[in-house]
Design a protein. Structure first.
Length: 139
């Protein structure tokens, strides 16, 4: 079972935005093995529509995806009331960490992705989100 806030009682759902089918397959394997539910979008426009409908716990997006790049997707997510608190992890072969931060991303990883680094980062981000939600309730 995933390391989602245990009080939530459900498996964390991750929306992955990736154009490369080989990378998608690897991510699906790594994340499913770690106990996460995974959905995929091949471009940023489809990802935004899917995010509006499914309200994922985290969005993992490559910077270089078609139609709406990962940075623009992150900005769009941050502008929408229903999605603004969604955790966003951006990854790329490009050195785009500062641009990811400016777009509102919660974290940035450089490719190539390793299974453990990806899973550890996702677990860490979800744990931080759960902790922030608990603090907000008690404030």
């Amino acid at each position: 079972m995933a390391d989602k806030a245990s009080s939530a009682g459900h498996r964390a759902i991750i929306l992955v935005v990736e154009r490369d089918p080989h990378v998608r397959a690897l991510e699906a394997f790594f994340l499913n093995e770690a106990g996460f539910g995974v959905e995929f979008a091949a471009d940023g426009v489809a990802a935004l529509a899917m995010a509006r409908e499914m309200k994922p716990d985290i969005i993992i997006t490559e910077v270089l995806v078609p139609k709406l790049d990962g940075l623009a997707l992150c900005r769009a997510v941050r502008k929408e009331a229903e999605l603004k608190d969604t955790v966003v992890l951006i990854f790329s072969i490009l050195a785009a960490q500062s641009r990811a931060r400016e777009a509102g991303a919660d974290a940035f990883l450089m490719k190539p992705l390793t299974d453990q680094r990806l899973v550890d980062t996702v677990r860490d981000l979800l744990a931080k989100r759960a902790s922030a939600q608990i603090q907000a309730v008690h404030s």
